[in-house]
Design a binder for this molecule. Structure first.
Ligand code: SAT
Ligand code: MN
Length: 594
């Protein structure tokens, strides 16, 4: 069998011939290389300098106004058998997709430099990590990949040692939305993306590799590739427990991963450690626990809403050496976005004089790209080759009504149903209407590289003898009262919920058993110092039986929409809960250890 390097060289030659790139640049990841690239981009306007006094090393990139978010309707999973992609994905026949894209790639890099970017997703020496190579004609993409992944020489040597790597081909093309496609070929471990320079469409290590291709690799190799943050919670006894949590894009994963506890908690000795804010790869270890790594080396976070009050760690972290995309700027050239309490925008994200009549100053999906280590709460365990053991998995979404602040699934299979049934209001992270409720199983709807029914089955398969699986929970920070205001303060106070969750894992926290799962009573949560009224507490923690019956019926329909591949085990779970809601009298059972 040809070595990886031979197949890499051949592929690079083929791509250079097809795209007619005028130059090939193999990226080694050195600081000299990136300095030169930055200089070039500052000279040609791809990057704009920001205030060097207040934001040293920071730059601004303005993307094309029609290229500001992921494009799910142009994202395809190309498997030989359509059912393998499933109803959760757009599908195209691989031969047809290759022909279509190769026609678009023909001559696409004429007169341009083609960058060959070897990268490793995860710590360079971790057995859980996987490598890839992205070929791109965008220097901005290279600069982002250098922050978001372990990019360059070390990754190339690992690729040389290993049998396979993920091939990602990207060109900004003409930035024409009509000639924009993000194609995945999981059976070939390859990606082709053209027509966009934005985030998840163009930084192929992120959603394309680490989730869509990654989830496919994970299923065949016995692990999980998830859209989850990873956070360590250190209690006053000095013990740190790790939690992985899945929320759809732009629902606060970065804020939760970098949470600063309220003063009373800090004084008591609580501390939060950030491992990852977006993607989690986890695999059962020999001890039966799930061990997790963050495959990324940086954060590509949403700027709007980031402030001293909401996420002070993030604000500190993005004060230097950060690439901003589509934010506004102030008169003295500092980056600005809605929700930032200091400064005034004078230029909007498109470079026009700011005029409120044109909408927000910063694009709602404007972003910062920053090295993970710049985060004040960054955990050195993020570099641990073996990963960190996960004590609890949390699913969550934006649910203005019905869904309580927190509940615990009774067991793994129930937890998988809770994840599968996840729903959330849509956000600006993808193009399309904002604020519409959609089912987003495990927050993976845009990211699972294969049929959701098979994916749920894969999740269920982890429940086997010897497994020491984490407990599964669901949270909802976004519950609103009759007045339309949020009932829960969120942000730093979310640690109160995490404390209960870890208390459940330790068997020390109380709960009431309901058909929906274990729900804390107000007395089981530490609400000291919070202005949550008794009525708000009842709304936050109550179970509306009729509302849940409607919800369970909708979940049943959703499961059925996947047809025959849907695991019976999940359907049985749905029926069990629907029956309990219909029959069990409104009694609740207190339990200190579910
Ligand atoms: O554009 S990205 O996919 O990188 C960010 C997100 O939507 O989570
Ligand atoms: Mn994400």
């Amino acid at each position: 069998m040809a070595s990886s390097l031979e197949s890499l060289n051949r592929w690079v030659e083929d791509v250079a011939r097809l795209t007619e790139a005028s130059e090939i640049h193999w990226c080694n990841g050195s600081s000299g290389e990136i300095r030169l690239l930055n200089e070039q981009m500052l000279a040609n306007g791809e990057l704009l300098a920001l205030n060097e006094q207040t934001h040293p090393g920071c730059t601004l990139h303005r993307s094309s106004p029609t290229d500001v978010a992921r494009v799910e309707h142009l994202t395809f999973i190309c498997t030989r058998n359509r059912d393998d992609a499933g109803p959760n994905n757009h599908w195209m026949d691989p031969a047809e997709a290759h022909a279509k894209l190769d026609a678009l790639f023909a001559g696409a890099m004429r007169g341009r430099t083609m960058y060959v970017v070897p990268y490793c997703m995860g710590p360079i020496d971790s057995p859980l990590s996987r490598c890839g190579v992205e070929i791109t004609d965008s220097a901005y993409v290279v600069a982002n990949m250098r922050i978001m992944t372990r990019m360059g020489a070390a990754a190339l040597s690992r690729i040389e040692r290993e049998e396979s790597f993920v091939k990602g081909l990207h060109s900004t093309g003409e930035l024409d939305p009509d000639k924009r496609f993000i194609m995945h070929f999981p059976e070939e471990l390859s990606i082709k993306s053209i027509g966009s320079g934005y985030g998840g469409n163009a930084l192929l290590g992120k959603k394309c590799h680490a989730l869509r291709i990654g989830s496919w690799q994970a299923r065949s190799e016995g692990w999980l590739a998830e859209h989850m943050l990873i956070v360590g919670i250190q209690n006053p006894q000095g013990e740190t427990r790790y939690i992985a949590a899945a929320f759809p894009s732009a629902c606060g994963k970065t804020n939760l991963a970098m949470l600063i506890p309220p003063e009373s908690y800090r004084e008591a000795g609580w501390k939060v450690w950030t491992i990852g804010d977006d993607i989690c790869w986890m695999k059962p270890g020999e001890d039966g626990q799930l061990w997790a790594i963050n495959p990324e080396a940086g954060y590509f976070g949403v700027a709007p809403g980031t402030d001293r009050k909401t996420n002070p760690n993030a604000l500190k972290m993005i004060q230097h050496d950060t690439i901003y995309t589509n934010v506004a700027v102030t008169a003295d050239n500092q980056p600005w976005w809605e929700g930032l309490s200091e400064g005034q925008p004078v230029t909007d994200w498109q470079g026009r004089t700011y005029n409120p009549a044109n909408g927000p100053a910063a694009h709602p999906n404007s972003r910062f790209t920053v090295a993970a280590q710049q985060c004040p709460s960054w955990s050195p365990q993020a570099e641990a080759a073996q990963g960190v053991p996960i004590s609890a998995i949390i699913f969550g979404g934006r649910r203005p009504s019905l869904v309580p602040l927190v509940f615990e699934a009774r067991d793994w299979a129930h937890g998988v149903l809770v994840g599968a049934a996840m729903g959330s209001e849509t956000t600006a992270a993808a193009t399309g209407a904002v604020g519409v409720l959609r089912r987003d199983s495990m927050a993976m709807k845009p990211f699972c590289g294969y049929n959701f029914a098979d994916y749920f089955n894969h999740w269920l398969s982890f429940d086997k003898p010897g497994a020491k699986l984490p407990k599964i929970f669901h949270v909802n920070w976004f519950r609103k009262g009759a007045d339309g205001k949020f009932l829960w303060p969120g942000f730093g106070d979310n640690i109160r919920v995490l404390e209960w969750i870890l208390g459940r894992c330790a068997g020390t926290a109380g709960a009431e058993e309901t058909p929906v799962g274990f729900v804390p009573g107000a007395e089981d949560l530490n609400l000291k110092g919070l202005a949550v009224t008794a009525a708000a507490g009842r709304d936050l923690l109550g179970i509306d039986r009729q509302g849940w019956q409607v919800e369970l019926a909708a979940i049943g329909e959703y499961l059925d929409s996947f047809g025959a591949r849907m695991p019976q085990r999940l359907k049985d779970e749905q029926r069990r809960i629907a029956e309990a809601l219909a029959s069990v009298p409104a009694k609740t059972v207190r339990a200190a250890n579910g």
